[in-house]
Write a protein that binds this ligand. Sequence first.
Ligand code: NAI
Length: 380
Amino acid sequence: MRKTVYWIEGDGIGPEVWNAARPVIDEAVTAEYDGERSLEWVELLAGEKALAAGETPLPEATLTALRDAELAMKGPLGTPVGSGIRSLNVALRRTLDLYACIRPIRHFGGLETPVKHPERVNMIVFRENTEDVYAGIEFAAQTPEARKLVAFLRDEMNVQIAESAAVGLKPMTEAGSKRLVRRALRYALDQKLPSLTLVHKGNIMKYTEGAFRQWGYDLAAQEFGDRTCTEKDPAAGRLIIKDRIADAMFQEALLRPEQYSVLATPNLNGDYLSDALAAQVGGLGLAPGVNMSDTLAFFEATHGTAPTIAGQDKANPGSLLLCGALLLEHIGWHGAAARIRNAVNAVIAARTVTVDLAGQLPGSRAVGCREFGELVGAAL
Ligand code: NAI
């Protein structure tokens, strides 16, 4: 079996992390399936590489290929100055309707962290990626648009609001919330995980965040009623659906992380929570991620282009390596995925790490990007 993966190299440290990571991903597949399965890598241009080829930063050919693709993976993309594009990542997300941003969070091999028991954290955040205050609908204070909206709210809707206010909107739909929760639920059930927690701020924002919570419970009952239960009404062998108010969830993540598994969140809560959890396990630089539409799983290194260390063989390829593991898991090639994860774990546990992690690992030896990749390859 052969699966096509479209890949975008990315800017800055993109080329070197790919050079270190891609051979390892292929080796893991070969080691596990002995030639019976393989990945076919097809490069697509974006960012500086596209500009250098005389294209726009996000060429139409790249978008066309991605619209029909099932699997893709990208390195970090900078934002080309003066290109007229605010962010290539946002443009990709919008154009391809990548509505679910998924980040698994777990601790790796002895890394020092700010908490005593990072190994108790094993969560996966499903964050809605298209709605909420991040929809980008906002108006600067004192502009004609803001004034018009404020006047409408005061005069027609009887809302108390300062005339000088900047205003942003928080659109959240039933369809948008449910498709995110559906995806998280399917994952939790497929992986036989114990619980799914809806994280919301519905005590304050009743009709947006509160509705997210309710839509989540409704969806679980309507579509997965025979396989789920609630915390109030538990049933053995079923996935427990819980909900937590976002601020309490941050406390829970620190105090009782072992009680949480899959988290489903609106956009803003999920943004904060996934970075806070990654920091809790000491792994911001190692965090893999994937953005999904109904047809495409688009894996991405979660770090940026790290311009100050680009081209110096100092970058950590761990995020891309773990993206590879996530991709293999997504297509059901669990054996190869486990090989990568275990090998990364073993190399970190042996205290050979890139400089960014060396500070978190007393007695470690700092190695370059390429050597780190080779060590992981050898540990497969
Ligand atoms: P950054 O993630 O590039 O760098 C933050 C810090 O982490 C720097 O000290 C950097 O050297 C270090 N770092 C990042 N990745 C590393 C790695 N793999 N190994 C070792 N050290 C690493 O974030 P920054 O500086 O805010 O952004 C730089 C550029 O990257 C900007 O143009 C930004 O727009 C873009 N960016 C792209 C992202 C993406 O494509 N997903 C995500 C974040 C930023």
